[in-house]
Design a protein around this ligand. Structure first.
Ligand SMILES: *Cc1c(COP(=O)(O)O)cnc(C)c1O
Length: 401
């Protein structure tokens, strides 16, 4: 996955760091936009997956909109030249300050999750003498068959408005004169690799649309959220998700009314594979049944394994041993969950070797912390043009070995 030149470059950079292959991001964006174009679908990039300026600007240059979940993400979207009419704002707990940021920037749509939220947005819109465009986020009660921490579309989850509340929502909306209902929004979860879950979503959306039709409502926009998964276990064979199959499935199963537009909010499938966490081996320690490879990155740089039991493919980039050994690859943080992989078969590994933890572009760097008062992890960019020299994000390339 990495060229000799890249590995040589890595050995001169202070570890740990995130490395982003912008060429792969471009290829992924090419594939996603080509696959959606025949259907005129709108893709909003889910900012929460990765908010590095270089990445956001590249994504914007392909015409994607922004799916934001905080006021600061909206501000960042504006700074990175995302047009306000392509910005949507989701979240169960939008604060007054955040709602005001969205109103001031005239964003396209608030994805609303409860009656109290509708009332507050209306109240703040009245004060500014504005009309807020809204979509109702409806809980479709579809099982995404993914990890329970990233399942969002079941009635037991905190997200969205449930079916039985819709009647009341419509009654309330009639009184909220500064809200304009323009869409219906759905999102069933993340890292979904079995497309049949999306077929289930389409059929449920069709039913819900019928319900609205019976109430004389046809909205202009249907937003089916994100969630398309990536290949964590064998990334090299599947660097780019199958966007063709994904968009085709929606085209086959969702019943749109004339002029209705379909929107997607993709995060992981856009940026997941282009990022890699590069870390260095500090010690190899003998254990009882296994040996521990202790690396200089931990859950402070990548929390997904500790938080969601996520699996990332791990490789030794610099060992030239032909012998294979079994190792647990762990970080230096004082938590037992600070482990990147158990019983991995790697070539004989020694202090100073460079280790790549693959498929970390989404929900990696954005969740980094300074727990244990560690330095915040840095980002390095693969050559595209001269982008990788910008934004002060490049760490000084000094050799620390
Ligand atoms: C997180 C999230 C997304 C993006 O999910 P991915 O799995 O990264 O594609 C889209 N929409 C909403 C509402 C989300 O919360």
């Amino acid at each position: 996955m990495f060229s000799k030149t890249e590995i040589t470059r890595f050995s001169n950079i202070l570890t740990p760091f995130y490395y982003y292959q912008l060429e792969l991001l471009k290829a992924t964006l090419d594939a996603a936009t080509k696959a959606s174009k025949p259907f005129n679908y709108h893709i909003h990039y889910a900012f929460k997956a990765n908010t590095n300026t270089e990445i956001l600007e590249l994504i914007q240059s392909y015409g994607l909109g922004a799916d934001c979940v905080s006021g600061n993400e909206i501000k960042k979207a504006i700074t990175c030249n995302y047009p306000p009419e392509q910005i949507v704002f989701a979240g169960v707990g939008k604060s007054d300050t955040e709602i005001n940021i969205a109103l001031d920037n005239n964003i396209f749509c608030f994805n609303c999750e409860s009656i109290p939220e509708l009332e507050v947005i209306n109240e703040l819109a009245v004060k500014k003498n504005k009309i807020a465009q809204i979509a109702l986020r409806i809980n479709p009660n579809v099982n995404a068959n993914t990890h329970h921490y990233i399942t969002t579309g079941l009635e037991e989850n905190k997200f969205g408005i449930n079916r039985w509340e819709l009647e009341e929502v419509l009654t309330v909306l009639e009184k909220l004169k500064n809200l304009k209902l323009i869409g219906l929004h759905f999102h069933i979860g993340s890292q979904i690799t079995d497309l049949t879950a999306f077929k289930g979503l389409c059929l449920r959306v069709n039913e819900i649309q019928e319900w609205f039709y019976d109430h004389q409502i046809i909205v202009d926009h249907i937003n089916v959220g994100g969630g398309l998964g990536i290949a964590y276990e064998n990334p090299k064979q599947n660097l780019i998700p199958d966007f063709n199959a994904y968009f085709k499935l929606f085209n086959n199963f969702i019943a749109l009314r004339p002029k209705q537009q379909l929107h997607f909010e993709l995060g992981r499938s856009i940026v997941g594979q282009c990022g890699t966490l590069i870390t260095k081996v500090l010690y190899v320690k003998k254990g009882v049944n296994t040996n521990f490879v202790i690396v200089d990155a931990g859950m402070t740089e990548l929390i997904r394994p500790a938080l969601y039991q996520a699996v990332h493919a791990i490789e030794n980039l610099t060992s030239n041993s032909n012998e294979i050994n079994r190792y647990d690859v762990v970080g230096p943080i004082c938590e037992s969950s600070d482990c990147f992989g158990k019983a991995l078969m790697l070539p004989t590994t020694k202090r100073g070797d460079l280790i790549a933890i693959n498929s970390c572009g989404a929900y990696g760097e954005v969740m980094a912390s300074q727990y244990n008062l560690r330095d915040l992890v840095k980002a390095v960019y693969g050559k595209l043009d001269e982008r990788d020299k910008g934004q002060g994000k490049v760490v000084s390339e000094t050799n620390n070995s």
